[in-house]
Design a protein around this ligand. Structure first.
Ligand SMILES: [Zn+2]
Length: 339
């Protein structure tokens, strides 16, 4: 029995020293000290030992067990220490090195301009509404009082998906979709991307952005339109800004006007920015045409309203004095960083 125990002990020591991972060490622990382990088997054989020898053999078994256990624990501690030290060495941080610079992006000039316009109109109680970029011909033209034979529908002006569907040429169809829902009164702006089959140059692009505005209520007059846009111009370009309405023609408004603001660079004296005139054109507007109201199911004898359309790029170009629209789309970081 004594001999058997010393063989078990030696074998255990040999295996412990041979274990190179914590998993293997645990396997050794199970093999010798586990429920079906070799030492446990010896304990089960105690019944065959004569009663007078039992205390001596029991002590031997315990000693062997303790020896194996303490060697296992010691080896485990050593292994964990080595692993911990290796990890610390790997994770060492040299605090004298310069910090990594995080390049934080920022909003595109178009987005900054849009958020500014939205802020102004939301402050006046307007809702921001969006609509589809791929639009039915009906919403883009017909319902806006632009009949089938109108030149605005020319294939050279418009991208057709098929004869009924176009890439919207303006954000005005969102007006029609909102009016059709019949929740009156309406005070909304509709920002979004629009498309025209234009050649790319300093002031044109086949894809650009508009912000459409619409108000429908009882007893709306041209004075409301003027007051609203004058307030908008002041908030966007400065308190001193004046507005000028020039008669114009749009299919979906009557009367219609184009709106100029006093040049915010020279204050109206005349400079390169305003081409010496003192005024800068910023948007088109007018009182909603009775036909447009009627087609959307609104009685023009009861309700009326005004609409306006702003070119977002135009606002961004003016606000940041950018002289070429293409710069807004090229997304050259060196350019975008300046705003
Ligand atoms: Zn000027």
């Amino acid at each position: 029995m004594k001999e058997k125990l010393s063989v078990i002990k030696e074998e255990a020591i040999r295996q412990i020293q041979g274990a190179d991972t914590l998993e293997k060490l645990n396997e050794v622990r199970v093999a010798f000290l586990g429920k079906k382990g070799e030492l446990t088997a010896v304990l089960k054989g105690m019944k065959d030992v004569s009663p007078e020898d039992r205390p001596m053999v029991g002590q031997l078994v315990n000693e062997t067990r303790e020896a194996i256990e303490s060697l296992l624990d010691e080896t485990k501690d050593k292994m964990e220490k080595v692993a911990r030290e290796a990890r610390l060495r790997e994770e060492v941080i040299d605090v004298t090195l310069p910090a990594k610079k995080n390049d934080v992006g920022h909003r595109h000039p178009n987005t900054i301009a849009l958020e500014e316009v939205e802020r102004i109109f939301v402050g006046m109680g307007y809702e921001v509404v969006e609509g589809p970029e791929v639009e039915y011909d009906y919403y883009n033209f017909e319902a806006l009082n632009i009949p089938a034979n109108h030149p605005a529908k020319d294939e050279q002006d418009t991208f057709y998906v098929n004869s009924n569907i176009v890439l919207r040429t303006q954000t005005s169809p969102v007006q029609v979709r909102t009016m059709e829902q019949g929740h009156l009164p309406i005070r909304m702006i509709a920002p979004g991307r629009v498309f025209r089959s234009d050649e790319v140059d300093a002031t044109h692009s086949p894809s650009f952005h508009q912000i459409e505005g619409l108000v429908i209520d009882k007893n709306i007059t041209f004075a409301d339109l003027k007051g609203t846009l004058a307030q908008f111009a002041k908030e966007l370009f400065g308190e001193e800004t004046k507005v000028k309405f020039r008669p114009h023609h749009f299919q979906f408004t009557e009367p219609s006007a184009e709106v100029d603001v006093t040049c915010f660079k020279c204050g109206g004296k005349g400079c390169r920015m305003c081409k010496g005139s003192g005024w800068i054109e910023i948007l088109g507007c007018g009182m909603v045409h009775p036909n447009v109201l009627r087609m959307s199911g609104i009685d023009p004898d009861e309700y009326n309203g005004f609409a306006f359309g702003i070119g977002l790029e135009r606002i961004a170009l003016l606000k940041y004095e950018i002289d070429d629209m293409r710069l807004l789309y090229e997304n050259d970081v060196r350019f975008l960083k300046q705003f």
